[in-house]
Design a protein around this ligand. Sequence first.
Ligand SMILES: Cc1ncc(C[n+]2csc(CCOP(=O)(O)OP(=O)(O)O)c2C)c(N)n1
Ligand SMILES: [Mg+2]
Length: 684
Amino acid sequence: MTDEQLDQLSINTIRTLSMDAVQAARSGHPGTPMALAPLVYTIWNRVLRFDPRDPIWPGRDRFVLSNGHASMLLWSALHLSGTRAVNADYERLGEPSVTLDDIRRFRQLGSHAPGHPEYHWVSGVETTTGPLGQGIATSVGMAIAERWLAHRYNRPGFELFDYDVYAVCGDGCLMEGVGAEAASLAGHLGLDHLCWIYDNNRITIEGSTQIAFTEDVAARFLGYGWDVQRVGDANDIDRIERALRIFRTAKGRPSLVILDSHIGYGSPHKQDSAAAHGEPLGDDEIRLTKRRYGWPEDAKFLVPDGVREHFAAGMAARGAEARRRWTELLSAYRAKYPELATEIDLMQRRELPAGWDRNLPVFPADPKGLAGRDASGQVLNVLAQNVPWLLGGSADLGPSNKTTLTYEGAGDFQSSTPGGKNLHFGIREHAMGAIVNGLSLSKLRPFGATFFIFSDYARPAIRLSALMEIPTIFVFTHDAMGDGEDGPTHQPVEQLASLRAIPGLVVLRPGDANEVVEAYRVVMKLRHQPAVLALSRQPLPTLDRKRYAPASGVARGAYVLADPPGGRPELILIATGSELALAVQAHEKLLTDGIRSRVVSMPSWDLFEHQTQEYRDGVLPPDIRARVAVEQASTFGWERYVGSEGRIIGMRTFGASAPLKELQKKFGFEPDRVVAVAKELLGR
Ligand SMILES: Cc1ncc(C[n+]2csc(CCOP(=O)(O)OP(=O)(O)O)c2C)c(N)n1
Ligand SMILES: [Mg+2]
């Protein structure tokens, strides 16, 4: 067979595997894989520097399938390239990432060919996609990471980081706001290692894009400062390859390749129709389509002889050679720059450098205290100096979030200063979340910041970081009614409850400056979980830790902060964040009134849930049923800790625009109110 015939055979293998898998599953999306098989084939077999034997080699090009519904493209590519699996500890397992059997069991429980690409579940998937727009936005984080890594680690003769990021997207990704936010920032930053390929098939679920998407995409991206190319025929793999080569020579701007395609290509009755998008073609139509492709009509899940070998001779040979050269380069680099090489090693395993926590502040007792955000700013500035690859920024609220890294040499990340550690996301919270994910997927330790209320704008990306099990850090300040006069638009109510509901996300609401330090200690040690820090705008008293329990209890999620003299409490006050000092004040009053109260500081439900039953019962003894929770947020969920007999002092409405003091009075966040509720509960 000629090379051209093998190209065509490989492309049709991807098409027919996709059709067969969707048919077998009786659900899925066949049309886009049929149309984009030539594109994915060209990227994988002709362009991508990716070694199937080591899908996590740091120098590899990244491939992101942002139109995740076309996942069969990825399962086919991973299968045909013979990509091997790695485990959660980044060990190479040697076994195939996606087997033909997985593809036969597309979308079934346990299959490594699930409905949408899932990072952490299938090796070779660079990021989880499916929620449209997330993949392209995340790819911007990967491209920022490449620039930053190159600046920090490359040395003359040692171009360790020089990888490209390819992201394939459809109409949906380009309609979504997050894609636009990310594209705008990528253009501003001139990320020339970033290439998006837009599947311009003019079809979405409801039909033609004429019903809702008639903008001039090329003009928009030119406006963003991108390089824009058009390939008029998605079946022309030489043209596709040429466009990708032009991208690799483009300097100072990201590239968009607009690829005109036909969804359901080859299907006599469904090509170019929305019907090809999200349902099986049907057995008869599959037979007719296979006939068009010159494929055996009744063969199912057929991988003809020569196809795997063609990938082996193309991508695998090229990838193995690229990785071999990179590995040699790294060993020479290691001899010359041992400290920098060690950093690269640690980063890959998500480990911390020795001395990562040196110089962390210890705050003395202080009734006036410090705002959570201010303590956080001090801690971040120490950590960022100890951990070179800790970096991040805010969505234009750095001065308010106190997340700006101000130490000498921290610098701003811009196209002309790609070593800077202060990222300026602009007012683009959603893209910020996705970009932070992309940075973390590139093994940097990123944080993103905004007001807690605007976590809503980033939520889809935060959810994905939890689903992907990556250790991103979200620093959210102004976590309750502390910004008083800004009013209910700026006062979070339901955000804590809703973030606590995300599986695996570690939400921490520290109660004083030393709890902030301890919260960061916990967060820094996470390797497979994202974290949210909810921090106060206003000063909180720094508790006297000689009098009360040490703040290190934060690591257990909840701990006994104060007990009555001699122990034996009859009532438990549970509080978080800005309400901790309030609970302590109420506790002191109750003691003078002869009521034996305990104060439990509970900065993190999630961490507490992971303690032993014994520990949890020690903090919240089951026989003490008089319990009061105090938190300036939705009461939703606190029943689980106060029980049916307990009380919750929290928010049942939105806040209001007024000075904080008046709001505390109006909504009952005052010591006397806590005391009154406690007494009422005890019937005294
Ligand atoms: C954020 C989000 N909204 C809605 C969906 C549901 N959805 C999946 S595919 C799709 C249509 C996508 O159209 P397009 O990107 O053009 O893909 P094509 O059908 O051309 O492959 C929609 C609405 C989704 N996956 N994510
Ligand atoms: Mg489309």
